[in-house]
Design a protein around this ligand. Structure first.
Ligand code: UT7
Length: 354
């Protein structure tokens, strides 16, 4: 059975740099607070009118395809991970196919909704397809345009200062070389904490009934059919923008990152001392540093770029991996570890022998 290898990798971030200082114009925050709590100095925001989640994905994908030495038409499956799709439906996978100009090939396109761990989930799915021989050139993309969906008032500062826009892409191909490529992937979730990091409304059914809480924004007296609506209550409570219980997410993240990395290493009989480079999802520099300490890794063995791009959710791992590769930090035969934790909660890891 073949393994899957990353044959080509690319990323794209918008030109527009938004510094912490610029955000202080819109909300009560400071450069000092943001840097101290998250490590972020600046992030990129897409051009509101000219750049979309799909258009950024196209740019990253074109680089990855070129580096894989194939033509767009050779792609036989698309996997697209995002939490900020251009449309509620259809997903960005088919839009990417169209914008790449390969609709005639009629290949399958799958959208993944696993937020920060979307890229790892996508990698795991792609890996299974390649192992079974079903596909030979899978395009896997993570892309986010967060800047359209955040609350840039002081109410939303706990979330808005963290996120940035961008896209990363890889082309996965089979390799017959032993002990090369994706060695294993591990996926987990715990839905009991779904609302700790979520965008609740508006949804197609107008809110979700959870515990003994009333539906978010749903008026019990309303007996009409149909659910797509925006009520005063939704707007007042800002349920149309993301909510995050930062401390709860942080606590779970620092527990689950090391756990899922160790789980993957144990499965293939490796130890943390075998790691050449850890590329963690860029959620918070303090989380990455905690994981680094737990794994006993040096600064050189962990790649972080959250300082420049903020948290780009599904795009953060492929952007960081690509940048690390471009900077010569990913070499032949290196053991690369990818790990992510985020909304859902969902988390996962992947080991790659480059
Ligand atoms: O990628 C998806 C997964 N997400 C994560 O992994 C994020 C995990 N969580 C975190 O990274 C951190 O919890 C945050 C960076 C989101 C927040 O840092 P924190 O140290 O947990 O701060 P906090 O939420 O406990 O807030 C501390 C204080 C509060 O004020 P009071 O109540 O102490 O007066 C907040 O209102 O900081 C205030 N605050 C801010 N102040 C200035 C919250 N956001 C800001 C802000 N600027 N942007």
């Amino acid at each position: 059975m073949p393994n899957s290898k990353i044959a080509g990798i690319g990323y794209f971030v918008p030109e527009r740099v938004v510094t912490n200082d610029e955000l202080t114009q819109y909300m009560d925050t400071t450069d000092e607070w943001i840097q101290e709590r998250t490590g972020i100095k600046e992030r990129r925001f897409a051009d509101k009118h000219k750049e979309s989640t799909t258009s950024m994905a196209v740019k990253a994908a074109e680089i990855a395809i070129k580096r894989a030495g194939i033509e767009k038409e050779d792609i036989d499956f698309i996997i697209f991970a995002t939490l900020s799709p251009d449309y509620f439906f259809p997903g960005c996978g088919v839009l990417l196919q169209r914008e790449l100009g390969i609709s005639k090939t009629e290949i399958g396109a799958l959208d993944i909704r696993n937020q920060c761990s979307g890229f790892i989930y996508g990698l795991s799915v792609a890996d299974q397809f390649i192992k079974t021989g079903m596909y030979k050139n899978i395009l896997l993309v993570g892309s986010e345009k967060h800047s359209m969906g955040l609350d840039f008032t002081t109410d939303g500062r706990g979330v808005a200062v963290i996120f940035g826009d961008g896209a990363g892409a890889v082309v996965l191909q089979p390799t017959e070389e032993e002990n090369k490529g994706v060695l294993t992937t591990k996926l987990h979730s715990d839905g009991t904490k779904a609302e700790e990091l979520a965008l609740i409304s508006p949804g197609a059914h107008g809110g979700y009934f959870h515990d003994d809480k009333a539906a978010f924004g749903f008026n019990e007296k309303d007996e009409t059919f149909g659910g797509i609506f925006v009520t005063d209550e939704i707007v007042k409570n800002k349920w149309h923008t993301p909510y995050m219980n930062g401390q709860a997410v942080f606590k779970k993240a620092v527990q689950k990152f090391p756990e899922v990395i160790l789980e993957a290493l144990n499965e293939v009989g490796l130890k943390s001392t075998d790691i050449n480079l850890l590329v963690p999802h860029q959620a918070n520099l303090r989380i990455s540093q905690f994981v680094q300490r737990m794994a006993g890794l040096t600064d050189d063995q962990v790649y972080n770029n959250i300082q420049k791009y903020g948290n780009t959710t599904a795009a953060s791992i492929p952007i960081a991996l690509c940048e690390a590769w471009e900077n010569g930090k990913v070499k032949d035969d290196d053991l690369i570890v990818l790990a992510a934790f985020g909304s859902g909660f969902t988390w996962g890891s992947a080991l790659i022998r480059w």
